[in-house]
Ligand binder design. Structure first.
Ligand SMILES: *Cc1c(COP(=O)(O)O)cnc(C)c1O
Length: 433
């Protein structure tokens, strides 16, 4: 059998002229469930997790999946069963972890705008750690915990002022970013935390950005974090765990990020050299665990050749795949059943009424209406950012495990979309509105 793997996508391969994810022919899923359709490989998720586990062999580490990359219950369940904790950014995320069988004590709660009610929910459930992002949040958290007769476990998120060399919207550790506490204010903030009756210091953390493809920004951030740990511990405050965040990039278009074990070999060498090798460590990977584990299947609706450009209109759009519109991001697009005709150059676009609704520019493809396409690297920050713009229901999701395909999310119907909406009472008179 002619089995042709795709670079960076070990679980996706052509067998003859048919695209498979693990042992499932994607054409069959598209026919059965319709398009657009997200399909994820469980083996791909677990193999990226194993790369981290290999990198950390013999160390004390808690891997917390940053679930905003893909918070579907079936995906959370895979990581919960593999022993992961979770990095969450809202009360809703916490409820999802519990609904999928994750443990509250392995939850760390990040985010610059936690509300008091989210804090109460997290305290009530006994989460592992609040990653506090400002001095003001620290004061509120202490008050909320005291009112419940509890002490909130906290780590302060450091803004190390390091450039992760990625897209500005996903850079989070620079001085002008809204995230974390500025490096020079971290020591006084810990001294303040040590005096607050409603908090208990359990660690320190940082997260400098996303889709990082180089090692140097991580090494710089690590050095700056360790400098702080030394300075804070010199004042008699015990630090607990050190959390280095997430952010490792994936291969979208010939990107060459280090593998998780390569990255951590270098970081752990630095940690050892500075005498911190025995510490309890935490990391918060998101994209690197799920990004290349998923594809989005879509059907070609219309071909619209033109003088300037040829448009290929597909049934997936920016509401399903927001990354091209948001970050000018590149996703590889390949046919489920390649044609042998000569390719043309297409602007691959969705049906939404916005010129920003494009999925791929200038793609060389041999296409006919009705063909099925796979948009690759669609496991992270696609479904999690999907919307109902243009009254489009969100796509269905399938989790493939060997030769089995589990429907983990039904396609959203129009009644799902309209639930909770009401008409103004037709009996109401104009005067009483
Ligand atoms: C988004 C986020 C992550 C995960 O980032 P990835 O690039 O997906 O690995 C980790 N930690 C925090 C605080 C985040 O906001």
């Amino acid at each position: 059998m002619n089995l042709r793997n795709l670079p960076g996508q070990p679980h996706l391969a052509y067998r003859g002229n048919e695209l498979y994810l693990e042992d499932i022919r994607l054409n069959d899923l598209a026919k059965e469930h319709g398009t657009p359709l997200f399909v994820y490989s469980k083996a791909a998720m677990l193999s990226t997790l194993v790369a981290y586990q290999r990198g950390f062999a013999g160390r004390k580490v808690q891997i917390c999946y940053a679930m905003k990359a893909n918070p579907s219950l079936g995906v959370i369940q895979v990581f919960a069963q593999a022993g992961c904790g979770f990095d969450v950014v809202s009360g809703g995320d916490i409820e999802r972890v519990l609904a999928a069988g994750g443990l509250a004590e392995k939850i760390i709660f990040s985010g610059v705008g936690k509300t008091s009610s989210e804090m109460r929910l997290a305290l009530d459930l006994g989460i592992g750690c609040f990653n506090v992002e400002s001095e003001a949040e620290l004061e509120v958290l202490s008050e909320v915990a005291l009112a419940m007769d509890l002490r909130a476990p906290v780590s302060l998120r450091v803004n190390p002022n390091v450039d992760p060399k990625t897209h500005p919207y996903i850079s989070t550790g620079l001085k002008d970013s809204k995230f974390g506490i500025a490096h020079e204010r971290v020591l006084p903030a810990y001294q303040r935390a040590a005096k607050l009756a409603g908090v208990r210091i359990v660690g320190i953390d940082c997260h400098i950005g996303s889709q990082i493809t180089q090692v140097e920004p991580y090494l710089d951030a690590m050095d700056r974090m360790l400098d702080l740990v030394e300075a804070i511990e010199a004042t008699g405050i015990a630090m607990g765990h050190i959390d280095f965040g997430g952010g490792l990039g994936i291969n979208y278009q010939g990107d060459t990020p280090p593998s998780a074990d390569e990255l951590w070999q270098k970081l752990l060498a630095r940690l050892d050299a500075r005498g911190f090798g025995e510490r309890q460590l935490m990391i918060e990977p998101g994209r690197s665990l799920v990004g290349n584990a998923g594809v989005c299947l879509s059907e070609v609706l219309y071909l619209k050749p033109g003088e300037q450009k040829n448009f290929c209109i597909i049934d997936a759009a920016m509401n399903d795949l927001p990354r091209p519109a948001m970050y000018q991001a590149f996703h590889q697009i390949i046919p489920l059943n390649p044609r042998s005709d000569a390719p043309a150059t297409w602007e691959v676009v969705g049906p939404i009424c916005e010129s920003g609704d494009w999925i791929g520019h200038a793609r060389k493809l041999a296409l006919q209406p009705g063909d099925l396409l796979a948009v690759l690297s669609a496991g992270a920050y696609c479904m999690s950012m999907a919307s109902n713009y243009n009254s489009r229901g969100r796509a269905a999701e399938i989790l493939v495990d060997g030769n089995r395909a589990h429907l983990i999310r039904q396609r959203e119907s129009i009644s799902d979309q309209m639930r909770g909406e009401t008409l103004i009472n037709p009996q109401t008179t104009a005067a009483s509105i």
